[in-house]
Design a protein around this ligand. Structure first.
Ligand code: ADE
Ligand code: ZN
Length: 332
C-alpha cells in the first residue's frame, strides 16, 4: 500500500509555504542573516520546537519565519517544497503564503511574491508540477491591515488564485473580515478560511464562513460534524474540507481520523493535506499513509480522497479533468 500511495497522483490543498521551512534551511538562513536566537546546531534549534496547541505552534512558526529576507530565499523555500512534493507525485498544489508575517517585519510584499512566483514557474517547467498561490490574512491582526494587504496584492492579481485566513482563531471570527472577503470576491479571488480544529466557537465560525462569507472551501472544518444542519449545507454545496491529520495530532488530542471516516462515508468532499510539514513531520504522502494505517482505507477510498481534492481544486474544468484522467488511469 505504501507503494500504491507513493505512486498515486496527488493534490495538496492545505500547505503553508512558510510551514515547509525545514530546520536545516532555517539554521542556514539564521546564520546568514544574523537573525533569530543564536543556536549552535540544527539539533539544538529543532529541540526548541515545543507546542501542543495552536498558539504555542504559531509562536514557533513565526519565530522560524523571521529568518526569511530576500527574494532568493523565498524562491529557495518554495522550490525546496516543490521538489519534495514532485518526488511524492504531488501533481498539483495550492500553496498558502502569509504576506503580513513578512511585511509586518519590514520585508516588502513584492520581494515575497516575486520569489514564490518564480519558484512556481520554474517548478512547472522543470519538474512538471502545477501550483498556484493562495494569499492568507493573519486573523489576529486588524481587518484594516488585511484590507491594505489585499489592495497591495491587486497589481499581482494574476499570480494569486484565492485568499484565505489563518493564524490564531480565538476571538478572531470570520465575520471580522467580512468586508475584506467581500472585496476579494469582487476582485475575482476564490475564498477559503481556516476553521481550526476544536477551537472556541468552532461551529459558529464554520457557520459564519458558509452563511456570511460564502467561502468556496473550508480549511480543516472537522467540527462541522457536530452540527447536522451545517453538514447538510456543506454536502449540498459540495464544499471541500482540507483536513490535516498529522497537524491535528500536534495541536489537538488526535489525528481526527474517525472524523475523516465519517466524512468519507457521508460523501463529503474531504481531502488530506499536510499544513506545516516542517513542524508537523510528514508531507502529503506520510499523511495519507497515517490515515490509511488508522482506518485501513481501501485503494478505492484512497483514490476517492485524491479525486475529492482535484474536484475542489481551483482549476479550470479541462485541467481538472486531465488530472482526474491520470488518477483514473492509475487506479486502473
Ligand atoms: N498558520 C500556519 N499554519 C496554521 C494553522 N495550522 N492554523 C492556523 N494558522 C496557521
Ligand atoms: Zn493551515
Amino acid at each position: 500500500m505504501r507503494e500504491f500511495i507513493t505512486g498515486l497522483p496527488k493534490c495538496e490543498l492545505h500547505l503553508h509555504v512558510e510551514g515547509t521551512l525545514e530546520p536545516g534551511l532555517r539554521f542556514e538562513l539564521a546564520r546568514r542573516n544574523a537573525v533569530g536566537r543564536p543556536y549552535e546546531t540544527v539539533e539544538q534549534m529543532r529541540a526548541d520546537y515545543d507546542f501542543n496547541d495552536l498558539p504555542s505552534f504559531l509562536a514557533c512558526y513565526y519565530e522560524g519565519i523571521s529568518v526569511l529576507r530576500t527574494e532568493q530565499e523565498f524562491y529557495d523555500l518554495a522550490m525546496a517544497y516543490l521538489r519534495k512534493a514532485a518526488s511524492e507525485n504531488v501533481r498539483y498544489a495550492e500553496i498558502f503564503f502569509d504576506p503580513q508575517a513578512h511585511t509586518s517585519r519590514g520585508v516588502p510584499f513584492d520581494v515575497v511574491i516575486r520569489g514564490l512566483r518564480r519558484a512556481l514557474v520554474d517548478a512547472e517547467a522543470g519538474l512538471g508540477i502545477g501550483a498556484q498561490l493562495i494569499m492568507c490574512f493573519l486573523r489576529d491582526f486588524q481587518a484594516e491591515y488585511a484590507m491594505a494587504t489585499l489592495l497591495e496584492a491587486l497589481p499581482y492579481r494574476d499570480w494569486i488564485v484565492g485568499v484565505g485566513l489563518d493564524s490564531d482563531e480565538k476571538g478572531n471570527p470570520p465575520a471580522k473580515f467580512a468586508a475584506v472577503f467581500a472585496r476579494a470576491r469582487q476582485e475575482g479571488f476564490m475564498l477559503t478560511m481556516h476553521c481550526d480544529v476544536d477551537q472556541e466557537d468552532s461551529i459558529e465560525h464554520i457557520r459564519q464562513c458558509i452563511e456570511q462569507i460564502g467561502v468556496d472551501r473550508i480549511d480543516h472544518g472537522v467540527n462541522v460534524l457536530e452540527d447536522p444542519a451545517l453538514v447538510e449545507v456543506v454536502r449540498q454545496r459540495g464544499l471541500g474540507l482540507t483536513v490535516c491529520p498529522i497537524s491535528n495530532s500536534y495541536v489537538t488530542d488526535s489525528m481526527k481520523t474517525d472524523a475523516i471516516r465519517r466524512m468519507l462515508d457521508m460523501g463529503l468532499r474531504v481531502t488530506i493535506n499536510s499544513d506545516d510539514p516542517a513542524y508537523f513531520p510528514g508531507y502529503l504522502q506520510e499523511n495519507l499513509i497515517a490515515v490509511h494505517e488508522a482506518l485501513g482505507l481501501s485503494r478505492e477510498e484512497l483514490v476517492q480522497l485524491e479525486r475529492n481534492a482535484f474536484e475542489v481544486a481551483w482549476l479550470p474544468r479541462h485541467v481538472k479533468d486531465a488530472f482526474l484522467a491520470e488518477l483514473d488511469a492509475y487506479a486502473g
